[in-house]
Ligand binder design. Structure first.
Ligand code: BG6
Length: 484
């Protein structure tokens, strides 16, 4: 079936930086379904040619070495532009007419990509419904919704309700671009295509799990959004909880979108909700020094740019195993990593009496040094029975034949066209995630909020976050990956 991808918010940054380069590269790899068309919609007025020219420049920049002028010319023949205002019903009628004029086949599937300001999502959905553009008798009609999906549980529920009044759940694709990352999908392979990890992937062998998303960048010019969002909304409710779900879930019976998402949702059901003193005991909040001087940030802002949470999954597999989730801007390097810290040996036979090896550790490097390392003890040669920690190291980039790591949007756009929703968030998933994060956001706003620690950019967040771990007789795995 032919496809049309309609991008609302066509003049926005995401469209030129991610969506069009991803669609172009899919076309280049012959992965884009035959005859796919792309229609950009936003308020500005462009001729088709003008928009194509602007996109050519940006795609050349963002696709880098993969850009190819001859292929671009063929690709861009199917790129169109239609001016339209989401608030104008008449513009949706015109859009419908335009789409019918270019879709010459009897059946054409359509994906509507909402890459607009989030405040416009509900309106866009309503207008699509009213103009008959959600009617899927002549081909599928799907809608992709960018993050943030609501700003709290209540607004997420409202948004779900209004979308469901126009689209069925199976037509809705809520994007979390972390799920499009190859290394995140590889967690499924690591866990469920190997027999050696699953038997020890539980409370009997694992001491704790650490999920860190550190970013060297500070907030730059994003104060308008960031200061009202803060790190819990920006990173935890979505990306970090997604990583936690995939790390903690049970194996589904099949790799099928309903079954995969059922298992992920069960993890969220099992997460113990914080109450009372938990907010003070199980969270650390921080703000980098200099945040208050960023352009657009109010001088008295208490917005967090760093957070560490300790969560528990109250289920058979994970009972009693802490999941430490941590993220920050202005950290020492950019790294997203999941550390499975195994328990120590029950009795130490070798090594210096004073040295207590930390036990085995599996480090899943999500980015930018995509790979997996297993840390284990080996004998120091030519010593008595002294041991040291050694590493088995797998790097995606150095693996034979497997060097290219496509951008997350390629995979997600393709899946939305082929109708595979496994890597998209379901309505219950989003609401449950808010149900975990919302109370923490509220508690941090209350007079009893834990202290907001400041930290120097370029480290691992507030020193208090390290002390907090030491008090629990644990240590963060604070290592910047080596990029080879
Ligand atoms: C976005 C957040 O969702 O994810 C940003 O809004 C963050 O604040 C970004 O920088 C991180 O994504 P990635 O793919 O660069 O790790």
């Amino acid at each position: 079936m032919a496809h049309t991808i309609v991008i609302f918010g066509a003049s926005g940054d995401l469209t030129s930086r991610k969506l069009i380069p991803a669609l172009f590269l899919l076309f280049k790899k012959n992965r884009l379904p035959e005859g796919s068309r792309i229609v950009g919609v936003s308020r500005s007025h462009f001729e088709h040619e003008e928009w194509r020219d602007a996109l050519r420049t940006t795609t050349e920049k963002f696709a880098g070495k993969s850009f190819d002028a001859e292929i671009w010319n063929r690709f861009s023949e199917n790129v169109f532009y239609q001016a339209g205002d989401i608030k104008e019903a008449g513009d949706f009628t015109k859009l419908g007419e335009f789409l019918s004029s270019i879709e010459t086949e009897a059946h054409t599937g359509r994906v509507y990509y909402l890459s607009t300001m989030p405040q416009l999502y509900e309106e866009a959905i309503k207008q699509l419904g009213a103009a008959g553009l959600a009617d899927d008798r002549d081909g599928f009609r799907r809608v992709i919704i960018e993050k943030p999906f609501g700003t709290n549980l209540k607004t997420a529920q409202e948004l779900n309700r209004s979308i469901h009044s126009v689209f069925r759940e199976d037509q809705i694709y809520r994007i979390d671009h972390y799920l499009g990352k190859e290394t995140v999908q590889n967690i499924f392979a690591l866990r469920f295509a190997n027999s050696i990890f699953e038997p020890i992937w539980n409370r009997n062998y694992v001491d704790n799990v650490q999920i860190t998303v550190a970013e060297e960048v500070v907030i730059g010019r994003r104060a308008g959004y960031y200061d009202t969002s803060g790190i819990l909304r920006d990173m935890f409710q979505n990306h970090i909880l997604q990583l936690m779900m995939i790390t903690a879930m049970e194996p589904p019976a099949r790799y099928d979108s309903a079954l995969v998402r059922d298992e992920k949702v069960k993890v969220l059901h099992s997460v113990r909700r914080m109450t009372g003193s938990d907010f003070a005991v199980n969270t650390v909040r921080g703000q980098y020094k200099g945040y208050l001087q960023e352009e657009g940030v109010p001088a008295n802002s208490h917005t967090e740019t760093f957070a560490a949470l300790k969560l528990y999954c109250d289920n058979w597999r994970w009972k009693g195993v802490p999941f430490y989730l941590r993220s920050g801007k202005g950290m020492s390097c950019r790294t997203t990593q999941i550390v499975i810290q195994f328990k120590n040996v029950p009795h130490i036979l070798f090594g210096e009496k004073t040295r207590s090896p930390l036990g085995n550790r599996l480090v899943i490097q999500v980015q930018p040094a995509e790979g997996i390392q297993l840390h284990f003890e080996t004998k120091v040669p030519d010593s008595e029975m002294k041991t040291r920690t050694s590493t088995l190291d797998f790097s995606f980039r150095q693996a034979p034949g497997g060097t290219s790591m496509p951008d997350a949007y390629q995979r997600l756009l393709l899946d939305s066209m082929t109708g595979d929703a496994s890597l998209f968030a379901r309505s219950d998933e989003v609401e449950l995630a808010w149900g975990i994060i919302d109370p923490i956001i509220e508690a941090w706003k209350s007079p009893a909020a834990p202290d907001l620690f400041t930290y120097e950019p370029g480290g691992w967040g507030p020193t208090e976050a390290g002390e907090w771990m030491h008090r629990q007789k644990r240590e963060w795995f604070d290592v910047c990956p080596v990029l080879s």
